[in-house]
Design a protein around this ligand. Structure first.
Ligand SMILES: Cc1cc2nc3c(=O)[nH]c(=O)nc-3n(C[C@H](O)[C@H](O)[C@H](O)COP(=O)(O)OP(=O)(O)OC[C@H]3O[C@@H](n4cnc5c(N)ncnc54)[C@H](O)[C@@H]3O)c2cc1C
Length: 485
């Protein structure tokens, strides 16, 4: 603002400021002028120019800062994000302390069961079964503030919403998921959903994956995987296996060249599952291309470009033609988290890996994809994290220290063919954490039992148990080592 103001004062008038819509120029002008002009004059001048600055009036009146000493609302617990983690933790808290005054903040109308999108892309689920209205899922007695959080002021126990409303809290839980960074791949956004380019990472695109698979009788299919961390690290190859299986069953597999373009250096991060997966790679005749990172797409020309960074060699670029391409987008922490005081150096919310309490702010906890514990970013992980956070917050309210620890569980049901799954269940460092005895379900081998779990049991477990605070097979472990705080 200072340099904009200096230019305003120094340059001859009339003066033209440029930005894409004019909003940023008008906002900067308003903040600069607010130092010397009365607010109503600024609001009137900007309104006459076609811009409504009422939304930032509080900041204008406060020298560019949103005042957070007094809030527009106050709750004992505020939860940012009503996804898998947010709704679950709200329900877990309500089941422990029904009188607790809780608000969930989320701008979305619809809540998605994202683990179902792999099945949509494989022609098994109807997309509609993976979506429900947000209002129908917020637990009874929990306030829903339908807005996006723009910034955090942890020193003042306040979050600032888009439009500058301020919500104050005693305790905060941060779980807005992660950002799918489609724009990082040049040309991708323009061609998604067209020209044979699809992704199971979006509700509206997963049905297009199945459409393409059914149409394809010959040619080349690319399946991309970006650098880690990503949510459901197995999803890119799940799309490949289910497509390969459909082509196998349709008798066209021999005419289809499947290429897996993986920015990483291994088929799967936990080695125990690799032999079973490799058998399916071989069955579908897929070529594994490691350290191939998608950087640009030309949809109409059906060409994709990858950066290849081999050890001890100059980085190179390779181009690949395709008839169909399934893209898993690059993923980062959301922008408003990355720039906040809650983030670690990589942008993720910085928590204690056991208690999920923030490393610097004692009244903040985090769960789900947004935080920096090194577990697999999955709904299965959030299912175990929610009761842990709830137990620790209840203990904190009672004046005690943390009592529960997250056991680092994450799970990835790898749909290797229609009817069979390799059920990867593991914790920090790749330690196996099977839920069932081996004679019942051996996760390292493809099984029909695991498919039954994914197709028939897990969706109702998600909607009717996890999101309603029923903690089946999700009881938190007692904290073994005193957390010290
Ligand atoms: C294709 C695919 C397949 C998957 N397969 C599996 C699987 O088989 N098994 C499994 O366990 N997991 C799977 N996952 C991963 C799983 O869906 C996520 O790990 C899980 O949803 C994370 O929960 P979350 O609460 O952290 O984030 P989300 O569920 O993504 O929810 C985040 C919420 O935060 C809200 N939000 C965002 N920004 C703001 C803001 N500024 N202010 C307020 N609210 C905000 C959003 O609107 C959203 O409602 C899969 C995901 C995908 C995409």
């Amino acid at each position: 603002m200072a340099s904009f103001g200096a230019a305003l004062d120094a340059l001859p008038h009339p003066l033209l400021a440029y930005c894409r819509t004019g909003t940023r120029s008008v906002t900067l002008w308003s903040f600069w002028e607010a130092r010397k002009r009365p607010m109503p004059e600024i609001l009137a001048a900007t309104k006459a120019a076609g811009y409504d600055m009422n939304g930032v009036a509080r900041r204008l009146a406060n020298g560019g800062q949103t005042p957070t000493d007094t809030g527009d609302a106050h709750f004992e617990v505020v939860i940012v994000g009503a996804g898998a983690g947010g709704i679950s933790v709200a329900a877990c808290l309500k089941s422990r302390k029904p009188q607790l005054n809780i608000a969930v903040i989320d701008p979305a109308d619809i809540h998605y069961y994202q683990p179902g999108w792999t099945m949509v892309g494989g022609g098994i689920f109807d997309a509609k079964t993976t979506a429900k209205t947000m209002g129908s899922l917020i637990p009874r007695g929990v306030h829903w503030i339908k807005s996006a959080v723009a910034a955090f002021e942890p020193e003042n126990n306040a979050v600032i919403l888009d439009g500058c409303r301020v919500v104050k809290y005693d305790r905060l839980i941060v779980c807005p998921g992660l950002k799918l960074d489609w724009a990082k791949v040049e040309g991708l956004e323009e061609t998604l959903g067209r020209n044979g380019v699809t992704s199971n990472y979006r509700y509206d695109l997963a049905p297009y994956t199945w459409e393409l698979v059914q149409e394809m009788k010959s040619g080349r299919a690319l399946f991309t995987q970006p650098p880690m961390p990503i949510k459901c690290a197995g999803a890119p190859q799940k799309a490949m296996y289910l497509s390969g299986d459909a082509w196998f069953r349709g008798g066209v597999l021999k005419d289809i060249d499947i290429q897996f373009m993986n920015a990483g250096g291994a088929l799967f991060g936990v080695k125990d599952y690799v032999p079973a997966l490799q058998e399916y790679v071989d069955k579908y005749g897929a070529t594994l291309n490691f350290i191939h990172n998608l950087v640009s797409v030309d949809g109409p020309a059906k060409k994709a470009v990858f950066d290849v960074c081999k050890l001890d060699a100059e980085p190179s670029r390779v181009e690949a033609e395709f008839d169909m391409m399934h893209v898993c987008p690059p993923q980062t922490a959301p922008d408003f988290i990355r720039v906040s005081p809650l983030a670690d150096a990589a942008g993720w919310v910085d928590v204690d890996q056991s208690t999920l309490r923030h490393q610097s702010y004692d009244n903040i906890w985090s769960l789900g994809d947004v935080m920096n514990a090194p577990n697999a970013k999955t709904a299965a992980a959030a299912r175990k994290q929610a009761p842990t956070v709830a137990d620790n917050i209840v203990a904190d309210i009672a004046g005690g220290s943390a009592v529960a620890q997250y056991n680092c569980y994450g799970s990835c049901p790898l749909t290797v063919e229609r009817g069979k799954i390799v059920l990867a269940e593991f914790g920090y460092g790749g330690a196996l954490k099977p839920s069932f005895p081996r004679f019942l379900l051996d996760g390292t081998r493809p099984s029909r039992a695991a498919w039954f779990l994914k197709e028939t049991l897990l969706p109702p477990i998600y909607w009717k148990a996890m999101l309603r605070g029923k903690e089946w097979m999700a009881k938190p472990e007692r904290l073994k080592v005193a957390a010290g705080r």
